[in-house]
Design a protein. Structure first.
Lengths: 307, 202
């Protein structure tokens, strides 16, 4: 069952993410995709995440597809202009990549090539809008026709925890207007704050036009948590979460992180309007089965359609 | 005109004054006539454009994109966003409302939201902005505004095409000739020595 089918069926969706390698081989990404196949509906293939050079997300997506898992190709606006982005969508769609996740992208300043030219020729709303027009109206941004039109399922991201808080649901509304059919959120640690955002989302009726997947991460170590809190833009780690993680001995941090993630999954699953979860585990993909098992979600995904 | 790197700028013009000026400067036959006269002469147009740059860079940190969004962004320039986002903030805004790239400055969209909200203009922020036309950098947006050339910059109708105002005007013709005319020639050396450092602060 593809992500699109899963969300259409109304049953709880699970996605995760895979970081392509800093190298010219697909062995590891293939292995990881195979290990996740029974547990998740689809995996994000990141696009040079954190502005660090990795294998292209389209190439990683093809490797995931070949391993029998539905890829979600991430597309950022950081590195490519409107010509390259439209061209990449045509290529990916032609080769069977269906899910496209559109995001602004981290600024080059935060990556391994801080001197790179930040492109940002279009923003995430404009890119969604463009891709939707290519699919539905069969036209490029230039007005030229596309034949055959791409077949894609469009996703967006949103951060419910960043200012201006009052505008975050509206911002998602713009993305939905522009074409977003599903959205994955930034790390949810503060479930109450997430619930407040979702209330605004429901007030705007967005959950009926767009499937909402709550972002859930597993804390591996205090160092990772510190990094997430202090260095990753837009991640909010509440003090009580931090203290809870700090209170356990270092050799049990990872286990506590898995427990915390499972608890958050159970809590967000109860909130009306949540269609599933997105596990933010790039680099720590092996934690997925444990997290899901702890949350009471079984490894049945691969078997429903005899895959 | 080479575009300097975008840096968030807090406007030096109060939001109420800005909206009052909006009423005064609204396009009409008078301004259409005046702007046509200004455009008719190269030197006058250049002088006028220079004056606009002077005024707006002082007040808003204007970078002369020629496609002014100020009337619908609480008079905070979105082109000062390091990602030049015209449709709202990215997800990296600090808890205190700071820009992720320039932590000592406020996110332009946090400013824009506050200023628009204070005047009951939040609906403006919901408009969908089309991609910027990079050929128009350096043009006078006042002349474009009075001449009605920027009417398609944004829309409240998501069914509209994203390319209606910018790319569509070029039709099917390839952009080769216009590409060369921007004059924003990058320096030859990209500063290779910094490439290796992975530190967040460059």
């Amino acid at each position: 069952m593809s992500l699109r089918e899963r969300l259409a069926s109304g049953s709880f969706a699970v996605t995760a993410e895979i970081a392509p390698p800093r190298g010219a081989g697909t062995e590891k990404i293939t292995r990881t995709a195979e290990s996740l196949r029974d547990w998740v509906d689809a995996v994000n293939v990141t696009d040079n995440q954190g502005a660090n050079v990795r294998m292209a997300s389209w190439a990683g997506s093809l490797a995931v597809l070949a391993a029998g898992l539905d890829p979600i190709m991430q597309m950022t606006c950081r590195d490519r202009n409107r010509i390259a982005l439209q061209s990449d969508l045509l290529g990916a769609s032609a080769l069977g990549v269906r899910n496209i996740l559109v995001m602004t992208g981290d600024h080059p300043k935060f990556g391994d090539h801080p001197g790179a030219k930040p492109v940002f020729d279009v923003d995430s709303v404009q890119l969604l809008w463009t891709l939707r027009s290519m699919r539905d109206q069969h036209v490029l941004l230039s007005g030229r026709t596309v034949n055959p039109a791409p077949d894609c399922f469009l996703g967006a991201v949103e951060n419910p925890f960043a200012p201006p808080f009052e505008f975050r649901a509206e911002r998602l509304g713009k993305k939905v207007d522009a074409g977003a059919q599903f959205v994955q959120t930034q790390y949810v640690f503060d479930v109450a704050a997430f619930g407040r955002w979702l209330e605004q989302v429901r007030d705007l009726g967005l959950h009926e036009r767009c499937s909402i997947l709550a972002g859930v991460g597993a804390v591996r170590s205090m160092r990772a948590l510190d990094y997430m809190r202090d260095k990753v833009p837009g991640v909010v780690v509440p003090d009580d979460t931090y203290r809870r993680m700090q209170a356990v001995p270092a050799d049990q941090t990872a286990a506590e992180g898995v427990k915390l993630a499972a608890e958050i999954i159970k809590q967000v699953a109860e909130i009306p309007g949540v269609a599933g979860v997105h596990l933010l585990v790039a680099g720590n993909e092996q934690a997925v089965p444990e997290i899901l098992a702890n949350a009471g979600i079984q490894a049945t995904r691969g078997h429903e359609d005899g895959r | 005109m080479p575009a300097a790197s975008p840096v968030p700028v807090h406007p030096r013009l109060g939001v109420r004054v800005a909206y009052r000026l909006q009423q005064v400067l609204r396009p009409g036959p008078g301004y259409r006539w005046l702007s046509a006269r200004i455009e008719a002469s190269g030197p006058v147009r250049a002088l006028f454009t220079g004056a606009e740059h002077e005024v707006k860079s002082g007040l808003f940190g204007c970078r002369m994109c020629g496609q002014c969004a100020l009337p619908v962004t609480g008079y905070v320039c979105p082109m000062g966003c390091p990602k030049e986002l015209r449709n709202g903030p990215c997800g990296g805004v600090g808890e205190d409302g700071s820009c992720e790239v320039y932590p000592d400055r406020r996110c332009v969209w946090v400013d824009a939201y506050e200023r628009a909200a204070s005047q009951g203009r939040v609906a403006d922020l919901r408009l969908l902005h089309r991609p910027v036309d990079h050929r128009r950098f350096g043009e006078s947006s006042w002349l474009n505004y009075w001449q009605g050339r920027d009417e398609g910059l944004w829309t409240d109708d998501p069914k509209m095409s994203p390319g209606a105002s910018t790319e569509a005007s070029t039709g099917a013709s390839p952009g080769a000739s216009t590409e060369a005319s921007t004059g924003a020639s990058p320096g030859a050396s990209p500063g290779a020595s910094t490439e290796a450092s992975t530190g967040a602060k460059s």
